[in-house]
Design a binder for this molecule. Structure first.
Ligand SMILES: N[C@@H](CCC(=O)N[C@@H](CS)C(=O)NCC(=O)O)C(=O)O
Length: 225
C-alpha cells in the first residue's frame, strides 16, 4: 500500500467525512492542512492538484483524487477490508441508494446547509444567515427526514459512507440552524445517534467546534464594524 495523504481543512465537512472513513478503516493517512482563510487552496501548486481549488484532495502514491464523495468510494473500495460490505454494499440496488445519498450531499445538502452560508461569511459578504438561507435549510432537512423514514441510517439499516458524508454536513449545519425534532423527528433522531458515534465524537466534533467558533467570530466582527 502506498502512502496516503489528505489535503484537508479541519472545519471542512467533506474533509471530515474522509477522515472519519480513514479512522474506521484504520488507515495510516497523513493529513496536510490547507488554510482556507489564508487562501492556501488558491495557490498555483494547489491548483495543479485540484483545478477546482477546494479541499479535500487525496494522494495515494502517484494517484491524485478530489471530491470527498469520490474519495470515500475509492478508499472503501480499495482498502475497505471487512468493513467494505457494510459501508458500501456490493448488491446493485443497495449500492445505488448509497450513491444517490452521496450525490444528494454533493449536489444539494452540503451546499444548502453549510456552504451557501459559510462561504459568504468568510468572504465578509453576510453578517448572519438570511431568511432565504434558513428556508433552504429547512427544505433540505425535510428531504433528509423523508429518507430516514425508510431506513435507520440514511441509505440502509446500517451505517454506510453516506452517513459519514451527510453526517459531517448535518453536524456542521447545526451551527447555522438547528434541526427541530418536532418538525424533523427522523432526521433529528438520526443526527443525535450520529453525534454519539465514537468516530463522530473523535474525528468530527473538534472540526465542527472549530468551524462554529470561526463563523460566530466572523458574524460578531461583521456586526460590530
Ligand atoms: N464537492 C466537494 C466540495 C468541496 C468544498 O466545497 N470544499 C470547501 C471547504 S468545505 C472548500 O475548499 N472551499 C474553498 C473555496 O470554495 O474557495 C467535496 O465534497 O469534496
Amino acid at each position: 500500500m502506498s502512502k496516503l495523504m489528505l489535503y484537508m481543512a479541519p472545519g471542512s465537512p467533506p474533509s471530515r467525512s474522509v477522515m472519519m472513513l480513514a479512522e474506521i478503516l484504520g488507515l495510516q493517512m497523513e493529513c496536510k492542512l490547507v488554510n482556507l482563510i489564508k487562501l492556501e487552496h488558491r495557490t498555483p501548486e494547489f491548483k495543479k492538484l485540484n483545478p477546482l481549488m477546494v479541499v479535500p484532495v487525496l494522494r495515494d502514491g502517484d494517484f491524485v483524487l478530489s471530491d470527498s464523495h469520490a474519495i470515500l468510494k475509492y478508499l472503501v473500495s480499495a482498502y475497505g477490508g471487512r468493513h467494505q460490505e457494510t459501508l458500501y454494499p456490493s448488491e446493485l440496488k443497495a449500492r445505488a441508494v448509497v450513491d444517490q445519498r452521496l450525490f444528494f450531499n454533493a449536489s444539494v445538502f452540503f451546499r444548502k446547509v453549510v456552504n451557501d452560508v459559510a462561504f459568504p461569511t468568510f468572504l465578509g459578504a453576510i453578517k448572519a444567515p438570511s431568511e432565504e438561507h434558513i428556508a433552504n435549510i429547512e427544505e433540505t432537512y425535510g428531504v433528509l427526514d423523508e429518507y430516514l423514514q425508510k431506513s435507520r441510517f440514511v441509505a440502509a439499516d446500517q451505517l454506510t459512507i453516506a452517513d459519514l458524508s451527510l453526517g459531517a454536513s448535518a453536524t456542521a449545519a447545526q451551527i447555522v440552524h438547528k434541526m427541530d425534532a418536532k418538525r424533523f423527528p427522523h432526521g433529528a433522531e438520526w443526527l443525535s445517534r450520529m453525534e454519539k458515534e465514537p468516530v463522530f465524537q473523535k474525528v468530527n466534533a473538534p472540526g465542527v467546534e472549530l468551524l462554529g467558533k470561526l463563523m460566530r467570530k466572523f458574524w460578531r466582527e461583521a456586526n460590530e464594524a
